[in-house]
Structures are given as structure tokens and as C-alpha cells.
Design a binder for this molecule. Structure first.
Ligand code: MG
Length: 445
């Protein structure tokens, strides 16, 4: 099994992710004497020991490790804008997981670099000479710098004028160290929930309806204008309307695209090109097109979205999971700036409940089929999918777009399974397309 998944190194602490592995990774990422490596972590209880081992690795390979302490992923990436950075996190995974995500020049490193690290970790590398060892230091200014960068990209004047009441649920994750404070500085009346960095998680870290039911109730109970929730490393932010209803990931992305494409405020109306993934719903496509924008579709994963942003010159890139990249600030998803932009949007356009209802959400179906040999199955599926009339894309699995919807079949990145996702403007059409796709997949497994 490879070391890196679609989102860095990730697994159970003590099994896959160990201090021994962190030491090796620390050594492997240093490419030259004196290279700076910023190291941050989320609040997981296994974070400090992974950090200690990783820092030891960096120093022993001759690098300069700079500890940032508990900080969100975008804060860490921003700190390492001119060098390298490692975020110790397992994002939304359970508390017994941890992981490492590597950044270079303010963005996720490319796959080739990951392969080089993998090779060096496997081969094993010795320490530098005694007089060529690196050093370590602590930088407590990274959060402040990120706050300033985020505030510079939001319409703080507008937010101050409206002074909205905002409930922020940090999930006891890395967002605790920044988001409540940046919202307060922007002029919000802030109610912090799960905002202590104990590393004991009061809710599941994936910001979904199930984990946020209590948060939704609190938004309504305290009369907040908007609720916002992060995942464990605060690269995601999801919104809850003033009635305590989740805006919904597809509607939220559609609204954000429409808002940013308009001339709503500072940092908006700066371009027409937007990037999203093959999982983006029709609502997103419609919202972008209605606002006169162009949607560029790429593979699932923030690295691919970032690459599409660079290639197509996009001013914004968003994944339906709530990971939004604002490239003018930093080339990784930033849940902190996203929180500010969601607040700004409701200040500019009005109540979220009303905005949410304006987004047309179409029927969607998702299903998963166990499959051992994904490659072989996908080859057969690809041939049979030609039966669909529409435009076929093969950037990530196989997606066919037609007038009133789309269907996608792709191998799971993490499980021995093939997934079907289908969306259609009407329920009957959905059923027909889904059945046809299911037939194709089942006969190819
Ligand atoms: Mg995350």
C-alpha cells in the first residue's frame, strides 16, 4: 500500500501513522541543508508526539523546523508560503486517526514529490553529520498573519455595519485557535461552541447533518443570523441558516459561486472562471452560468482543484464537501476565510433561509458496489457507458453529461468499490438513467 492517499498520509495512530513514520517523513522531506519546514497540528491527542518525531526528523536531516502549535491547515500552508510546511491532521476522521499533509510554496505538493518521499521513507535515510544538523524554533505569529490575510479578503466594512450574530462550532479542532477571534475582529457578535482545544471531540468531526444536529438547534435557540461549523483542521466550513437548517453542501457552493461572481463586495467580481470537481451538482453549474461565469470541472481532491485554478486562471475553486480555495489568499482550502465569506454573503444578500430556497436542488442518487478489480471493471464500464447519449468526460472515472443531468461512475479512492452518482432535473429521468448505469456497473464487476 502506498504511503499517500488523495489527502496526504492518513490512518490510525499506532498502526499506520506512528512516531517512527513521522521521523522518517521528517527526514525525507528536507531537500537541502537549512531548508525551513513549518509544522502545525490539529488538536488530536496524538498530535504532540507525531510533531516531536517529525521535528526530530527534519532537524536530523539538516532542516530548520518551525513549530506553529495548534493551527488550521490553511494557516500552516500560508506560513510555509516560501518554503515547506507539514500539517499533522486527519481532517474529519475519528479521534484515533492522524496524518500528515505536506505543502510547498503555499500549496499541496504534487504527486511526484509524494512519490519521492515514499521512496526515501522506504529506503531509509541516515542523519546529517553532527555539524550539519538543523535546528528548531517556535513561531507564534502564524495565526495572526492568517487572520490579517483573511480579513484583507473580506468586506469587513459591510460586516461591521451589520454586526451579525454568528455561532461558530469549531468541533474542538484546529479552528478553535482562530475562527472565533477573526469573526469577532470582523465585527460579528460571536457565540463559540466546541471552541476549546482539548482534543476531546464533543461531536463527530465531519460537518454533516448528523454530527451537527445539536449545533443546528443551538443556532436557532440563541437567535444567531448564521451558524458555521468546521471539520477537525478547519479547511472546511459549512453554513446553517437562522432557522437552524443546514444550507446544504450543493446549495452552499452554488450560492458562494453566484455571490463571488457578482459584484457583491470586496474580493468578488474579479474573474469569470471557477473550478469545481466532477461531483459538482447541476445547482452549481446553473449558478455559475447564470452569473455569467465559466465552470471548469476537475478530478475530486483539493490538489486537483488547485491545479485547475492555476491552469485556467480561476479566481475561486470549490468542492461540494465545503472545501473552498480563494487563490488570492492561499492555494489550499481555507475554512476560516470561507466562514468570513459566508457571513459577508448573508450581510450582503439577506437571510440564508431565503437564499437557500432560491437554489434549485435536483434529485440525486448515489450508490456503491463492492469490486475487487476496479481497473478491469472500469475498462468494461467505459465501453458500455458509450451507450449513453451525451458528452463523456474521463478526467475522474467516467462522467456523462446530458441536457437534463449527468451520471458518473468512478472507482472509490479509499475502498474496494465502484460508485455511481446521478443527478437529473426530474425524478423519472433520474430513475431511468440510474437503472441503466446500475445495469452497466453490475454486469462489469
Ligand atoms: Mg479537513
Amino acid at each position: 500500500m502506498g504511503l499517500f492517499g488523495t489527502s496526504g498520509i492518513r490512518g490510525k495512530f499506532g498502526e499506520f501513522v506512528t512516531p517512527e513514520l513521522a521521523l522518517k517523513v521528517g527526514k525525507a522531506i528536507v531537500e537541502r541543508q537549512g531548508e525551513k519546514v513549518f509544522v502545525g497540528r490539529d488538536t488530536r491527542l496524538s498530535g504532540p508526539v507525531i510533531e516531536a518525531a517529525l521535528v526530530a526528523g527534519v532537524v536530523s536531516a539538516g532542516g530548520e523546523a518551525v513549530r506553529l502549535g495548534v493551527a488550521p491547515t490553511p494557516t500552516v500552508a500560508l506560513a510555509g508560503r516560501d518554503s515547506k510546511a507539514v500539517m499533522i491532521t486527519a481532517s474529519h476522521n475519528p479521534p484515533d486517526y492522524n496524518g500528515m499533509k505536506i505543502f510547498g510554496k503555499g500549496g499541496e505538493v504534487q504527486r511526484e514529490f509524494e512519490r519521492r518521499v515514499e521512496f526515501k521513507v522506504e529506503k531509509g535515510i541516515g542523519a546529517a553529520r553532527w555539524d550539519e544538523l538543523g535546528s528548531e524554533s517556535f513561531d507564534d505569529g502564524a495565526v495572526r498573519r492568517h487572520m490579517d490575510a483573511a480579513l484583507a479578503h473580506a468586506d469587513v466594512g459591510l460586516i461591521r455595519k451589520k454586526a451579525p450574530k454568528v455561532l461558530i462550532d469549531c468541533g474542538n479542532g484546529a479552528g478553535c485557535s482562530i475562527t472565533p477571534y477573526v469573526l469577532r475582529e470582523a465585527g460579528c457578535r460571536v457565540v463559540g461552541v466546541n471552541a476549546d482545544k482539548s482534543g476531546i471531540f464533543a461531536r463527530g468531526l465531519e460537518p454533516n447533518a448528523e454530527n451537527l444536529s445539536e449545533t443546528c438547534r443551538l443556532v436557532k435557540a440563541c437567535g444567531a443570523d448564521i451558524g458555521i461549523a468546521h471539520d477537525g483542521d478547519a479547511d472546511r466550513a459549512v453554513a446553517i441558516d437562522e432557522n437552524g437548517e443546514m444550507v446544504g453542501l450543493d446549495a452552499q457552493l452554488a450560492l458562494m459561486c453566484g455571490y463571488l461572481l457578482g459584484k457583491g463586495g470586496k474580493g468578488t467580481g474579479k474573474g469569470k472562471d471557477v473550478a469545481s470537481t466532477v461531483e459538482a451538482s447541476l445547482a452549481v453549474r446553473e449558478s455559475v452560468e447564470k452569473a455569467g461565469g465559466r465552470l471548469h470541472i476537475t478530478r475530486v481532491g483539493s490538489l486537483d482543484v488547485a491545479n485547475a485554478i492555476r491552469e485556467k486562471g480561476c479566481f475561486f475553486g470549490g468542492e461540494p464537501c465545503g472545501e473552498y480555495i480563494f487563490p488570492e489568499e492561499v492555494m489550499v482550502p481555507d475554512g476560516v476565510l470561507c466562514a468570513l465569506k459566508l457571513v459577508e454573503m448573508t450581510c450582503a444578500l439577506g437571510k440564508l433561509s431565503a437564499l437557500r430556497k432560491k437554489v434549485k436542488i435536483y434529485p440525486m442518487r448515489r450508490s456503491k458496489y463492492e469490486c475487487r478489480d476496479k481497473e478491469k471493471a472500469m475498462r468494461a464500464i467505459r465501453e458500455k457507458m458509450k451507450a449513453f447519449e451525451g458528452r463523456m468526460h474521463t478526467i475522474d472515472g467516467i462522467r456523462v453529461d446530458f441536457e437534463n443531468g449527468w451520471v458518473m461512475v468512478r472507482p472509490s479512492g479509499t475502498e474496494p468499490a465502484i460508485r455511481i452518482t446521478c443527478e437529473h432535473r426530474n425524478a423519472k429521468g433520474l430513475e431511468k438513467v440510474f437503472k441503466q448505469a446500475e445495469g452497466i456497473v453490475k454486469s462489469s464487476l
